[in-house]
Design a protein around this ligand. Structure first.
Ligand code: ATP
Length: 225
């Protein structure tokens, strides 16, 4: 558990959300020095610590109360919550605020030559994905039966090498799909980055810091609109 005095924020160490997250925090007035390799960075002008980790570790750190708040994509958050629920681990969180970056969609994509005639035409097929829980939920809500193989990266090559019939992966422009001879056939989940917090009440000190941060975030996001 974290101390009762310093608010701990989990953010992605490096990747698609890290620059935008860092800029947001900076624009909220936090003095950060994230140039070194340390996992935990102190904010010098506010009682805040920043923990820099893999995206997929952020939901668990917040749900388990190791960090008070986190900034993570909805896709990662929802996938982790479903998986943790299944395993009987803490899966509660509060989605305090949607953020105006990290927009993407989780989509099903098939080889261009595949004859797509509606969602039923995907019945019985196998999809490569990093998001099996979101895929399973979508399939069950739409009464289709699909199989999956779990891949953490380079998902789009799976159909070409015979590992899967199609993929269930994140898309923003669609250029990667096109470059790999794939076409998007269904959007199954829409995502942005989000600010999340542990559902337990914060100490008075931390709540005051969080209130200030939230107010500033509101201002920064409004100014960007
Ligand atoms: P990490 O490497 O930190 O464990 P990751 O593999 O999800 O996590 P990134 O590829 O940097 O890392 O993606 C981080 C998040 O950025 C995604 O979970 C998603 O919310 C968002 N995102 C926005 N656009 C895209 C996109 N086109 N492809 C993948 N992710 C995107």
């Amino acid at each position: 558990m974290t101390s009762t005095k310093r608010l701990t924020i989990a953010m992605q160490k490096s990747g698609r959300l890290s620059d935008d997250t860092q800029n947001l925090l900076k624009r909220c007035g936090l003095k950060l020095n994230l140039t070194d390799r340390r996992l935990l960075a102190h904010v010098s002008n506010m009682p805040i610590d920043i923990m820099r980790v893999r995206s997929s570790d952020i939901p668990g750190l917040v749900m388990d109360g190791v960090c008070d708040i986190g900034i993570v994509g909805d896709n990662t958050l929802e996938e982790a919550a479903l998986e943790r629920k299944l395993l009987g681990n803490n899966s509660e969180y509060i989605r305090t605020k949607g953020l105006n970056f990290g927009g993407c969609r989780l989509s099903l994509a098939m080889p261009e030559e595949f004859e797509y005639t509606g969602i039923e035409s995907l019945n019985g097929l196998r999809f490569a994905t990093t998001y099996p829980q979101l895929l399973k939920r979508y399939a069950s809500e739409n009464n289709i039966d699909v199989d999956f193989c779990l891949l953490k990266g380079s998902v789009e090559v799976a159909p070409r090498v015979g590992l899967a019939d199609g993929i269930c992966d994140l898309v923003s422009t669609g250029a990667t799909l096109e470059a790999n001879g794939l076409k998007e056939v269904e959007v199954i989940y829409r995502s942005t980055a989000a600010l999340i917090q542990n559902p337990n009440p914060l100490s008075q000190d931390k709540q005051a810091i969080f209130d200030t941060l939230l107010q500033r975030m509101q201002g920064v996001m409004k100014a960007k609109e």
